[in-house]
Design a binder for this molecule. Sequence first.
Ligand code: PLP
Length: 488
Amino acid sequence: MSARKRPWAEPFKIKVVESLSMLDRPGRAAALEQAGFNTFLLRSDDVYIDLLTDSGTNAMSDRQWAALMIGDEAYAGSRSFFHLQDAVREIYGYKHLIPTHQGRAAEHILSQLLIKPGDIIPGNMYFTTTRLHQELAGASFVDVIIDEANDPQNEHPFKGNVDLDKLQAVIDNFGAHRIPYICIATAVNMCGGQPLSLQNLKAVSALARRQGIRIVHDATRCVENAYMIHNNEPGYADRSIAEIVREICDLTDMCTMSSKKDNLVNIGGFLAANDDEFAEQARNMVVVYEGLHTYGGLAGRDMEAMAVGIRECVDLEHIKARVGQVYYLGRLLEEAGIPIVKPIGTHGVFLDAKRFVGHLSPEVFPAQALAAEIYLDSGVRTMERGIVSAGRDPKSGRNYGSELELVRMTIPRRVYTQAHMDVVAESVIEVYDHRRWITGLEMTFEPKFLRFFQARFRPLATTPVAQLTSTDAQGATASSGARHRRPT
Ligand SMILES: *Cc1c(COP(=O)(O)O)cnc(C)c1O
């Protein structure tokens, strides 16, 4: 018998549909101009396929929609809170649950409770909101991720790993007393959705315990990380996703969670911890900023949908299809020779703007310009993850450097089909073919916090076309400023 490969299909059928709209090219050009060349400022009605983020953009299941109806909207002691607590205890294993309206609210409460001014937080690469809350509480973040994470072409299977020597050096340098916790993210977003291995986490946990330092787990994409461990870490192929998630969580002391990702809901998050005293303080603080500790800024129905989503997301068929779809898009681009971050991430495909638009220097925001160009080409919305997202050092005011200059194409869970991925790939390939005509941007408005969300740009003024004749922009040195006209 021949081992003929059968085609793959999404492991669900569609019960409700939402129409997509598509502007023509002049319409997209006008929309882009109005949005200040920042894809965050586009109206979603002007977007065809929306790969801006996988945050809160999930399609809920019929079971989750049904769960909304049984939400208990009691102000205090809601039944839905207890359902959510059971689900968090069962899947993630932490003893105490403090619901919050989304992940950054959990980060805020945790940072305010654990950080003193002058503290140091080591972590496996920063995340925008996470680092901001650490800084607002008076701490400085120190990146202790392995060097491979900063090399888009390095195919290390666990680029989210912590470099234990870097971590030890931070402890030696500042002293354990200045480190309230180590911040460990699973499936590290900012380097392209890269997992860490359980072997690495075990070593981090052992080191942290010896030093008496807690580990705070950013569990936002823990399930995606667990799936990569299941696939690639020796000894885990036979373990269920739920078992692996539990093993990860058991090596850490507490977690912050944005349920808008793994947990398959549109809004929600939580703080969960094993420490009784910390949990008591967090429950006290949540009433100040979010709402009573049995709803924390969520409606009862939201908590019901989260409880169902938490159990659904560890289903192997689900997570296999979710990450598989990202890989499908990644492979289409790889085969076409498009420079992407490797290995392909768990939640999105990241274009390497440094190679894609190699003729643009960092000061003209190459990834921001590329994201704008992709929208203009097809109405596909992506986002910048580079120098704009990195922001500025609050003390010196200088731009944080960013080794990685990426455009993130994040895939919402269960929303688009394989055919949509084909359309996306075609547009990116088209843009790659005319990449020499992509011009840099200048920032015309810069907000104080998390500037990537609201910054505005304009294309650099027309100057004589740079001497780019090769079809391969790689290695080109022309430093931007050139406003090229795309032939029509
Ligand atoms: C989205 C996200 C957060 C913040 O959560 P929100 O729900 O957007 O507030 C924190 N950490 C990571 C890794 C995230 O992806």
